[in-house]
Design a binder for this molecule. Structure first.
Ligand SMILES: [Zn+2]
Length: 218
């Protein structure tokens, strides 16, 4: 049964409250909580869009909550959030119908960006003490700027090539996230860098080390 105007308006209010909070969390460098909250706002997305189209004549060239997830998920290796977004779009076809943007294509671009980010993360890790390898791609340069802003990498004059290093130290115990399913595991960083079978999805996709600031908070 179609929702009433009051129900749609309630969705509108809740959706925007969640998204506003997600932006606040992102500004406070609580990145994963911000992404989680944007994902939670999807529950109210279809209702919000219905209300906005019907009563505010809004045209959705893009969908801000989806943009938020697509922009930030690759930087945090949040495969899980892109999978969740695909589920939501499959279950609630109204979202794509009300949006001008090709959302499947946008997700595919985000997935490619995540692959670029993964390769870049491995490169920075590998070059921390040794080589002078360079990255010349624009995509990688943009990701580096974002990571630096987020505090995940820092400039290092000692490092050749791209001149950045990860903010995580080698010896310490670290939290790491599975590339494939997003599950978070705790182990010495040195072990996480070698091939490690994921306890949840049982693939050898490998793990990305989460930065120390996150480790302290959890
Ligand atoms: Zn996994």
């Amino acid at each position: 049964m179609a929702k009433t105007k009051a129900e749609l308006q309630a969705d509108w209010t809740t959706h925007h409250a969640y998204l506003a909070k997600a932006h606040e969390l992102m500004a406070a460098k609580r990145f994963d909580e911000a992404i989680d909250l944007a994902i939670a706002s999807f529950d109210y997305l279809d209702g919000m869009m219905s209300y906005a189209k019907k009563y505010e004549d809004t045209v959705f060239e893009t969908v801000p909550a989806i943009d938020f997830v697509l922009a930030n998920a690759p930087l945090r290796f949040r495969y899980d959030s892109l999978n969740r977004l695909e589920e939501v779009l499959r279950a609630q076809r109204g979202i794509q119908r009300k949006a001008s943007q090709d959302l499947s294509r946008a997700i595919s671009i985000a997935r490619n960006r995540m692959q670029d980010a993964r390769a870049l993360w491995a490169l920075i890790d590998a070059t921390a003490n040794t080589a002078q390898r360079k990255t010349s791609s624009t995509a990688a340069a943009e990701i580096l700027v974002d990571w630096h802003r987020m505090g995940l990498v820092r400039r290092s004059p000692d490092v050749g090539g791209i001149g950045y290093c990860l903010t995580t130290q080698m010896g310490e115990t670290a939290l790491a996230k599975c590339f494939n399913c997003g599950v978070v595991a705790k182990a010495p960083k040195i072990r996480l860098l070698s091939s490690l079978n994921c306890p949840k999805c049982h693939t050898d996709a490998g793990f990305v080390i989460l930065p120390t600031t996150d480790t302290k908070r959890r």
